[in-house]
Write a protein that binds this ligand. Structure first.
Ligand SMILES: C[S@@+](CC[C@H](N)C(=O)[O-])C[C@H]1O[C@@H](n2cnc3c(N)ncnc32)[C@H](O)[C@@H]1O
Length: 284
């Protein structure tokens, strides 16, 4: 959508809208959002109406959305599988395509397993595994202080353990070396300089999106970390950019500690994530 300002007064008269008043509000919000360039203006108007505390609140939310802020930030949450995750400025909005990696992880978590979610952001993958499989431990690692605040909020009241850490740190989680059953990771992987939509460029944290000149600056150390953490026979799934359909599987093979390296596409046939199994016959 374009970054246009929302203008015009909403046509409500009552702070407690009747069905007829709601229809008027919906029509007003839809028109404002369409004028701002929003392609799904009516659907977004419904989301905003559902979350707005009152007509003034709606007006403020429509203005934020019309100025280009992601809908998920404006309503304060994002859906991810069965989850409703709190999100806002400072944290990456979880994408539906990552549900494929989370689903693969859920299918590969034996009861009682130890699972590590690297680059956890809002906690989408960790919390999905914790809620839909029967792990013994789920550890969510994130570096950004802003993202950590959202992660801690989403993980509150769950058994997910939040770790503030850098996945490029060679000493990260050293106490778990060789013991982890499943490692999952959706790292920053877009090559620096790639053109991204304005909503991503202006609102997703850059450190959540861009992965260095070739997009692999975080994935390389993640592969080494994964090999160190996994027990023999443990498995890993790493999401990547379309352009890495060969590069990430090649890096996994080149590490020398993985077998069963496979590439997975989404429903549109786009390459999405690579998986591998830690070899049982090496101990490094
Ligand atoms: C693409 S987002 C993924 C977030 C979440 N896993 C998801 O799927 O929605 C990548 C995340 O990795 C974090 N990150 C980037 N570099 C990191 C590093 N070196 N160590 C730990 N986390 C990092 C970012 O802050 C961001 O939250």
């Amino acid at each position: 959508m374009t970054a246009a300002r929302c203008t015009g007064a909403p046509p409500w008269g009552s702070p407690d809208p009747s069905t007829a008043a709601r229809r008027e509000l919906r029509a007003w919000a839809t028109a404002e959002l369409a004028r701002a360039g929003c392609v799904s203006a009516a659907a977004e108007a419904d989301w905003l109406l559902d979350e707005a505390p009152d007509p003034e609140g709606l007006r403020a939310m429509v203005a934020r959305r019309a100025a280009g802020e992601p809908l998920q930030y404006v309503i304060g949450w994002a859906p991810f599988g069965r989850l409703k995750l709190a999100v806002g400025p400072g944290v990456f909005v979880p994408r539906p395509e990552t549900e494929l990696l989370a689903g693969w992880g859920i299918d590969h978590v034996p009861p009682g397993a130890t699972v590590v979610d690297l680059c956890s952001g809002s906690g989408a993958i960790a919390l999905s595994v914790a809620g839909e499989a029967r792990p013994g431990r789920v550890i969510a690692v994130e570096r950004s202080p802003a993202a950590l605040a959202w992660l801690r909020r989403n993980a509150a009241g769950t058994a997910v353990e939040v770790v503030s850490g850098d996945v490029t740190d060679p000493g990260l989680l050293a106490g778990l070396n060789g013991t982890v059953d499943v490692v999952l990771c959706n790292p920053p992987y877009v090559p620096d300089g790639t053109a991204v939509p304005p909503e991503v460029a202006d609102h997703d944290p850059a450190e959540a999106v861009f992965g260095g000149a070739d997009g692999l600056a975080v994935i390389r150390p993640v592969i080494a970390l994964t090999a160190r953490l996994l027990r023999p026979g443990g498995v890993a799934g790493i999401e990547h950019d379309d352009v890495h359909v060969a590069a990430v599987p090649d890096l996994l093979r080149a590490d020398g500690r993985f077998t069963a390296v496979e590439e997975h596409a989404d429903l549109a046939g786009r390459p999405r994530f690579a998986t591998a199994r830690r070899m049982a016959d090496c101990s490094s």
